[in-house]
Write a protein that binds this ligand. Structure first.
Ligand code: NAD
Length: 280
């Protein structure tokens, strides 16, 4: 892929949850290019194979590992697979997550609702709970299961993925925004908790990137932008969606054993200016 700069991750074992996804897949390839051995973790092995194959074809080391980030048993199984293969884990990147479509509120404000449409009062709270479980619990649980292996390892790091919705709620996706605010908060909590055990914990807060999880919310079936997508581009001072490659420099900086060794507990926005622009 061509990372923007190389950091020395030679021989380090890195677990990437959601490694089959748009952002997670990019992160897997980037750290492999810096010499890491990558466990590409996804719900199904076959979904992880394109990323694993790309890494192997480029001369790197990677294995697919099936696990659900909401299931303790499957994460324990995944940990065993990785330790049996490589004997250690240095870094965890918590990339699994996303908005749950059925938890989306169809309008920005109640006053905008169309006759007979769903609204906040009619959506099933079980779907909102799923969204909180996937994003927040799905970050805390892998931290518990893999974090234990990271303590006092060389260059031990955890990277979480927050969102613009953590700085202030995004319209239509209150469950996702709350979950991501929880991830930012958990990042800060973990940074203190692990600080003297040799583990740094930071988060990246991406702006808006075109990936599978947000496609239907932002784009029509024919690929044209929905009004929400126009609002996003107009509210992003750099005037565009991000590309997953735009996140790689931030990731490598945060993992750099030399360049960021005193950095822990930050939530780093990579957003083309979105979160500091008030629109006027
Ligand atoms: N795309 C954006 O604009 C954007 C913005 C901010 C934050 N994020 C966050 O970035 C992360 C990656 O998202 P993406 O944009 O690459 O989307 P994506 O849909 O391409 O990737 C999400 C990945 O998570 C995996 N996943 C979902 N549920 C899982 C489970 N229970 N167990 C294991 N894996 C599971 C999916 O299979 C997929 O591989 C997510 O946390 C998302 O919330 C994305």
């Amino acid at each position: 892929m061509g990372v923007p700069f190389k950091v020395d991750l030679e021989g380090q074992v890195i677990v990437v949850t959601g490694g089959s996804g748009g952002i997670g897949g990019m992160f897997c390839k980037a750290v492999a290019e810096c010499g890491a051995k990558v466990a590409v973790l996804g719900r199904k092995v076959e979904n992880c194979m394109p990323v694993v194959d790309a890494i192997l074809n480029a001369g790197g080391e990677a294995i697919p590992v099936a696990a659900d980030v909401m299931s303790k048993d499957s994460l324990l199984e995944a940990r065993k697979t990785i330790l049996d293969k490589w004997g250690k884990i240095n870094i965890l990147i918590n990339c699994a997550g996303g908005a749950v479509r059925s938890a989306e509120i169809p309008q920005d404000q109640l006053a905008d609702q169309e006759e007979g449409s769903d609204n906040f009062f009619t959506i099933d709270m079980e779907n909102v709970k799923k969204e909180l479980d996937l994003n927040l619990y799905g970050t805390m649980m892998p931290t518990q299961i893999f974090g234990e292996c990271l303590v006092n390892q060389e260059n031990a790091n955890i990277i979480n993925i927050s969102s613009m919705g953590a700085f202030g709620p995004l319209t239509r996706i209150p469950g996702y925004s709350a979950a991501k605010a929880g991830i930012s908060n958990f990042t800060e909590w973990s940074a203190n908790y692990f600080a003297r055990s040799g583990v740094r914990v930071n988060a990246i807060a991406p702006g808006f990137f075109q990936t599978a999880q947000n496609h239907a919310l932002h784009f029509n079936e024919d690929g044209t932008m929905k009004p929400r997508a126009h609002k996003i581009v107009n509210s992003t001072p750099m005037g565009r969606y991000g590309e997953p490659e735009d996140l790689v420099g931030a990731l490598l900086f945060l993992l750099d054993p030399k360049g960021s060794k005193f950095v822990t507990g930050v939530v780093l926005p990579v957003d083309g200016g979105f979160h500091e622009y008030l629109g006027v």
